[in-house]
Design a protein around this ligand. Structure first.
Ligand SMILES: *[C@@H]1O[C@H](CO)[C@@H](O)[C@H](O)[C@H]1NC(C)=O
Ligand SMILES: *[C@@H]1O[C@H](CO)[C@@H](O)[C@H](O)[C@H]1NC(C)=O
Ligand SMILES: *[C@@H]1O[C@H](CO)[C@@H](O)[C@H](O)[C@H]1NC(C)=O
Ligand SMILES: *[C@@H]1O[C@H](CO)[C@@H](O)[C@H](O)[C@H]1NC(C)=O
Ligand SMILES: *[C@@H]1O[C@H](CO)[C@@H](O)[C@H](O)[C@H]1NC(C)=O
Ligand SMILES: *[C@@H]1O[C@H](CO)[C@@H](O)[C@H](O)[C@H]1NC(C)=O
Ligand SMILES: *[C@@H]1O[C@H](CO)[C@@H](O)[C@H](O)[C@H]1NC(C)=O
Ligand SMILES: *[C@@H]1O[C@H](CO)[C@@H](O)[C@H](O)[C@H]1NC(C)=O
Ligand SMILES: *[C@@H]1O[C@H](CO)[C@@H](O)[C@H](O)[C@H]1NC(C)=O
Ligand SMILES: [Cu+2]
Length: 372
């Protein structure tokens, strides 16, 4: 029971449109004996905050290990794993489980690569509605730094000032900075009213589409800049606190009826036009960077230079609304378009594939966390 499980990763698939990826490295993933504590950022002590910020800085300075071409650091690898599968993990049934897995990988790397054993924070966005500027999240000393400045919008202060990323939406590499355009209009989607509406949903497809709509749009749209980019958003360290918030909401909903909801999943594997939601249809259209759900883009604040008319910049993918990429859909193991517990979750080889069934209960297995 206490012996660590050794996951030996198998060969990666040959997908012709992807850059070549070397055999992934082995990672030891301990069994769930001591769950990671997930806490609101404001519940961390100053020392804990600095510990977490330093651990993220460590990921940003530790060389890439997986052999992903173009990745300089572990931070780049995480971002790559998100960019490369955008159409298969957004506006689909796997949205919530994939992001639970992705967050757990980030937490796992903090632990195994950077010796971090403190709490994993989430951003209680509802508490900051109407006052994003004063949020403890954006503190320059005990937080992630503040707004972007100047025409570039690059972060000017705090531990991540001028943070430089490498992967672009099409997986080409160039140096660019993380940008932010903080605004209350975007964050207002995390209002208590919107949260309560979601938590009252009665089945998985409705809670998923509700959460992926306004609450998901809140953190992305409120921070904006890199965070509002559907492909690149994990480049801003706030991404993981935002998805922690969203994951907590899913868990809060599951906890209302564990008997049913620890196993309840559904939705389509490919995003149809309109975002893949029942009766969906996003007024802004299907454009990269739109994190908003059905029928609501009222709070979208385009960052300077954002061109809403641009087609998907990702040449290797059909884009949202296109036909599924066979190389991926063949591996979902769902036996069709409907997302099941058997659905494969993939991280570009950073850790091994697991299934949605493996992440349904965040208190056990790979996720191994408790919200306190
Ligand atoms: C992991 O999942 C990916 C994507 O679904 C798939 O291409 C790959 O073959 C899987 N790897 C293994 C070892 O099953
Ligand atoms: C991106 O990389 C691909 C393949 O390496 C290349 O064909 C393409 O021209 C590059 N695009 C840009 C905008 O640099
Ligand atoms: C963030 O900076 C932009 C200019 O880059 C400014 O328009 C915006 O009002 C600032 N946000 C806040 C919350 O102060
Ligand atoms: C989920 O709930 C919605 C709204 O209440 C309903 O329209 C839909 O049919 C339900 N789906 C399933 C699979 O029960
Ligand atoms: C799945 O896709 C079908 C066909 O496009 C659509 O009718 C259905 O509403 C979708 N289901 C969900 C839950 O998005
Ligand atoms: C959605 O956003 C786009 C771009 O800002 C805008 O042109 C459009 O009118 C908006 N639609 C609605 C219904 O607000
Ligand atoms: C926005 O993108 C569209 C489509 O690529 C292009 O036609 C248009 O010129 C662009 N607008 C600006 C201001 O760059
Ligand atoms: C579940 O996935 C495994 C591979 O991971 C596959 O062998 C099996 O057939 C799948 N089961 C169903 C019911 O599709
Ligand atoms: C999955 O959905 C796509 C797009 O709607 C459709 O072309 C395909 O036939 C569907 N496949 C199955 C197995 O239902
Ligand atoms: Cu995402």
């Amino acid at each position: 029971m206490f012996a660590p499980v050794l996951f030996v990763l198998g060969a990666l698939p040959l997908i012709s449109c992807l850059p070549s990826v070397k055999a992934p490295y082995e990672r030891r993933i301990d069994e769930c004996t001591v769950p990671t504590q997930r806490k609101s950022w404001t519940a961390l002590t100053s020392e804990e905050k600095l510990g977490y910020l330093n651990a993220d800085l460590c990921l940003m300075s530790t060389p890439s290990k997986s052999g992903i071409a173009g990745a300089k650091t572990l931070w780049d690898e995480l971002q790559y794993a998100h960019i490369i599968q955008v159409p298969y993990v957004h506006f689909v049934g796997a949205f919530l489980p994939f992001h639970r897995y992705f967050m757990a990988i980030h937490a796992h790397l903090l632990k195994t690569e950077c010796n971090y054993d403190g709490p994993i924070p989430y951003w209680d966005e509802t508490a900051d509605v109407g006052n994003i500027k004063e949020s403890a999240i954006f503190d320059a000393e005990y937080g992630f730094g503040g707004n972007g400045t100047g025409s570039s919008g690059c972060i000017a202060d705090g531990p991540f000032a001028d943070l430089t990323l490498h992967f672009k939406e099409d997986l080409n590499t160039t140096d660019y900075c993380v940008t932010r355009f903080l605004n209350d209009r975007g964050l207002s989607s995390a209002s208590q009213e919107n949260i309560d509406t979601c938590l009252a949903m009665e089945n998985y497809t409705s809670i998923w589409s509700c959460l992926e709509g306004r609450p998901h749009g809140a953190g992305h749209g409120g921070v904006s800049g890199t965070m509002v980019n559907l492909f690149l958003s994990p480049g801003d360290p706030i991404f993981y606190l935002h998805h922690g918030f969203l994951d907590k909401l899913w868990w809060d909903w599951q906890a209302l009826d564990l008997t049913t909801r620890l196993a309840e999943i559904g939705g389509n594997n490919t995003a149809s036009r309109g975002g893949g939601f029942p009766g969906g249809g996003r007024p802004g259209g299907d454009f990269p960077g739109n994190p908003f759900g059905p029928g609501d883009n009222s709070s979208f604040v385009p960052p300077p230079g954002f061109n809403i008319s641009n087609p998907s910049p990702f040449p290797g993918f059909p884009g949202l609304g296109g036909e599924p990429n066979k190389a991926f859909t063949d591996y979902f193991y769902d036996g069709g378009n409907v997302t099941t517990l058997n659905h494969t979750l993939w991280s570009a080889g950073i850790v091994q594939n697991i299934t949605i069934g493996d992440v349904m209960d965040p208190r056990s297995g790979f996720v191994c966390a408790e919200y306190v």
